[in-house]
Design a protein around this ligand. Structure first.
Ligand code: GTP
Ligand code: MG
Length: 138
């Protein structure tokens, strides 16, 4: 089984959509093996999205991610990385498929409700940024 890292973003926690998003995750056959609600620091957000630091939307992205609490999670399942990307849908909700988290819940390309790791390597890096080994119970 594979593990991926997920964030329920501030636009979703603000609208009380944590449970609805978790239901979508679980219906897709992914198991939530670690979860906590936290407020990101600016430094954490800048590190987490460091690959985007030259992009014009970087400042806006960091401001958004620290604006309200997020829920960080580890999801486990067969092909978890690719499967969760599918369950989330396209980055821009306008392009997201029916039934995906972003189609159902996202407000815009920026406020798009969910993050999921884009590779197994990044999943391991991202999980280690937020969870100690003994906080993940598979
Ligand atoms: P993540 O799972 O959050 O990494 O999304 P992604 O992999 O589908 O997209 P990407 O890594 O390219 O972008 C990271 C995040 O930056 C997106 O999820 C959006 O929240 C935000 N973002 C991307 N493009 C734009 C944009 O054009 N404008 C704004 N405001 N935010 C953007
Ligand atoms: Mg990404």
């Amino acid at each position: 089984l594979e593990r991926t890292f997920s964030i329920i973003k501030p636009d979703a926690t603000r609208r009380n959509l944590t449970g609805a998003i978790n239901a979508t995750i679980e219906k897709a056959g992914l198991r939530i093996v670690a979860q906590k609600r936290i407020l990101l620091t600016r430094a954490q957000a800048e590190t987490f999205y460091g690959v985007h630091k030259e992009r014009p939307f970087f400042g806006e992205l960091v401001d958004f991610m620290i604006s309200e609490p997020i829920v960080v999670q580890v999801l486990e399942g067969e092909d978890a990385v690719a499967k969760y990307r599918e369950v989330m849908g396209a980055t821009n909700p306008a392009n997201a498929a029916e039934g995906t988290i972003r189609k159902e819940f996202a407000l815009s390309v920026g406020e798009n409700s969910a993050h999921g790791s884009d590779s197994l390597e990044n999943a391991q890096i991202e999980i280690a940024q937020f969870f100690a080994g003994n906080e993940i119970v598979g």
